[in-house]
Design a protein around this ligand. Structure first.
Ligand code: IMP
Ligand code: MG
Length: 172
């Protein structure tokens, strides 16, 4: 993958406009109730930072680190919990913030992990991107910004071999 071969799929402006819309939807959902946002490192870091600026309720921010890729463009099929230390989430509104739902294995793992360990008040999954055509398990984000097709995308947090996370746009 070379940067000069990439096409911009979503510009910085498109991303920011859409995030503001999703932020409003979340404000309507939570109606001022406290939310624990759980951001999945490293890919969701930019999305998280921009999204939570739009939220008007009390927000507590946690980070966890998972990985399913081993350096390539194809998921290894198993999710590794690199760092998943979380506070007590019992009776909390929990919002998971991810970069992309691809096979759905990561989303399913996280949702199961939280439901097995806590009795939450609510659990919602918000993803920057939804890659619907490559889904292997029946899971979908409650909120997402953009659909992408079956192609590998980078930028705005998403990497190829740890590179390109710093691009302010999404390319593929
Ligand atoms: P899933 O478990 O297959 O749904 O994949 C989730 C993770 O795979 C995401 O959190 C991303 O880190 C990574 N991923 C999936 N598709 C892409 C892509 O097109 N570009 C970069 N990372 C991706
Ligand atoms: Mg990720």
């Amino acid at each position: 993958m070379k940067i000069e071969d990439l096409n911009v799929l979503f510009s910085e402006e498109q991303i920011q406009n859409r995030i503001a819309e999703v932020g409003k939807e979340l404000n309507n959902l939570y109606k001022g109730e406290e939310v624990i946002a759980i951001s999945v490192l490293k890919g969701a870091v930019m999305f998280t930072a921009d999204l939570i600026k739009h939220l008007n309720m009390p927000v507590k921010l946690e980070f966890i680190r998972l990985s399913s890729y081993e350096g390539g463009t194809v998921t290894s099929g198993k999710v590794n919990a690199v760092d998943i230390k979380l506070p007590d989430l019992n009776e909390k509104n929990v919002l998971i913030i991810e970069d992309i739902v691809d096979t759905g294995l990561t989303a399913q793992f996280l949702i199961n992990f939280i439901n097995m360990n806590f009795h939450v008040k609510s659990l919602k999954f918000c993803s920057l991107l939804d890659k619907k055509t490559t889904r292997k398990v029946d899971v979908k984000p409650d909120y997402y910004c953009f659909d992408v097709g079956d192609q590998f995308v980078v930028g705005y947090g998403l990497d190829y071999d740890q590179l390109y996370r710093n691009l302010p746009y999404i390319a593929g």
